[in-house]
Design a protein around this ligand. Structure first.
Ligand code: HEM
Length: 117
């Protein structure tokens, strides 16, 4: 189970890299690229799976702080929503505008919650 958990942590970090890296790469433009959307979806799926496994294992190295997870979940939902809507706008040839910064900035906020809480 530990192996599966660690693979999920790796995927969680790669998903974060896709959102934050994608955002940094296109920040000067107003186009929301697909990797940001897929990264945002991956964060939700891998994050929830990590919580599920950690709750099942429940030893000293797999503790779940419910308040912290609730905050991360809300921020992640905002990131996914902004990414999905911004991507749809980009596909229609419209400006993704602030949605790009909401998705990227939200992901950075979640990194800070993960690392500093
Ligand atoms: C944009 C969304 C998110 C970002 C950028 C993000 C980022 C991160 C980062 C950087 C870590 C640190 C990994 C480490 O310490 O090795 C982490 C850990 C974690 N995240 Fe997220 N996260 C996001 C969403 C979520 C969501 C929605 C959940 C659950 C509902 C979640 C659950 C967790 C858990 C359980 C860990 C601990 C993994 C461990 O055992 O080290 N994350 N996250």
């Amino acid at each position: 189970m530990d192996f599966v958990y660690n693979v999920l942590v790796a995927l969680h970090l790669l998903g974060m890299a896709a959102v934050v890296g994608g955002w940094i790469a296109v920040r000067s433009g107003r186009t929301l690229i697909a990797p940001i959307v897929w990264g945002a979806r991956a964060q939700l799926v891998t994050g929830l799976a990590l919580v599920g496994i950690a709750s099942a294992i429940k030893d000293d190295s797999h503790e779940v702080d419910n308040t912290k997870i609730a905050v991360k979940l809300v921020i992640a939902l905002v990131v996914v929503a902004a990414a999905e809507i911004g991507r749809a706008r980009t596909k229609r040839g419209q400006d993704a505008g602030t949605l790009l910064d909401v998705a990227g900035g939200g992901a950075v906020a979640n990194v800070l919650v993960a690392a500093l809480w």
